[in-house]
Design a protein around this ligand. Structure first.
Ligand code: SF4
Length: 308
């Protein structure tokens, strides 16, 4: 495909139109400036895809084909069809534990990583160690950049996250979003444990798609599963889960930003509970470098420091 300008142009137009229609549908025609920004990023991403042959993969792997498979077989299919490294980001939730079980069961060549923010619950570290022991497979830890972390804590203290949304977003940026960039560096595809019924942003993500802002194909093999079905499957397969679930925790992230649910609360209400009007997202599943629309602008000093 290299050097074939006409073919590249055709792919750019076909794929560009499809993605723009998809964006319009998914985001329900949000303000034009946001979409224009996305197009701009996408043009670069398409050029990169054409260069490395990923566009052929993107065209070959159709959402409906993936959707027709049982969830565990989706992973096998993706590993077979995708040329290049696949990264699974494991956060030790029930979905991640099930996906990790399937990866180990078939010994799939998928790089399993976790973003160790340094602020996880002790119970999560215990589960991490227990999971590695049980399946005999290492889960690669990605840590925040030391210098960026030093600057963050010097500026806002260890618990400045409660002071403002901006401070909280800066913490997520240093401890999660930028390490994710490193985790996905060189990857052809990214697998996550997102489910559609968690919130609108996750529903908009679809079962499979292309994250133009990060230049990777993205797959959510449990997209069409409910929490209850995932839990039932972990029980059936004796997959270990975080002991905090038995104490009322549902979605479990960093300790300072997660609490148990009150009766009747939605699954992600225990995250950043002091922020009443947010999407309950840290930024990992938002387009890179674009905060949620109701989030404050990120600190430009923090953003410019090695965002890559
Ligand atoms: S979830 Fe909380 S502690 Fe963890 S990175 Fe985000 S703000 Fe920081």
């Amino acid at each position: 495909m290299r050097g074939d300008g006409n073919l590249a142009d055709k792919y750019r137009v076909d794929f560009g139109i499809a993605l723009r229609l998809s964006i319009a549908r998914q985001h329900r025609l949000r303000v034009a400036s946001e979409i224009s920004e996305f197009y701009f990023r996408f043009d670069f991403a398409v050029a990169a895809l054409i260069r490395c042959g990923m566009l052929d993969m993107a065209r070959r792997i159709r959402s409906e084909d993936v959707a027709a498979l049982p969830a565990r077989e989706r992973l096998v299919y993706l590993r077979r069809e995708i040329d290049g490294p696949i990264v699974f980001t494991h956060g030790f939730g029930i979905e991640g534990q099930l996906i990790f079980y399937w990866i180990c069961e078939r010994d799939l060549d998928i790089d399993v990583v976790t973003l160790d923010t340094g602020r996880l619950f002790p119970e999560t570290y215990t589960l991490w160690a227990e999971t590695e022991r049980r399946y005999g497979r290492r889960i690669r830890a990605i840590y925040p950049d030391r210098a960026a972390l030093d600057r963050l804590v010097a500026k806002q203290g260890s618990d400045g996250i409660y002071e403002s949304k901006q401070a909280r977003a800066a913490c997520c940026d240093v401890r999660k979003t930028r390490p994710l960039d490193r985790a996905l560096s060189g990857a052809a595809a990214w697998i996550t444990g997102l489910r559609a019924d968690q919130n609108e942003i996750r529903r908009d993500g679809g079962l499979s798609g292309f994250d133009a802002s990060r230049g990777v194909l993205k797959f959510n093999p449990l997209y069409d599963w409910t929490r209850e079905v995932v839990l039932a499957e972990t029980r059936r397969l004796y997959v270990p889960i975080n002991s905090l679930h038995a104490k009322g925790f549902a979605s479990i992230g960093c300790a300072p930003c997660t609490r148990a649910l009150r009766p009747g609360e939605a699954e992600r209400n225990g995250r950043w509970w002091w922020e009443q009007d947010g999407h309950k997202e840290c930024g990992l599943h938002l387009p890179r470098n674009r905060p949620a629309k109701d989030s404050p602008r990120r600190d430009p000093v923090e953003i410019s420091a090695g965002c890559g």
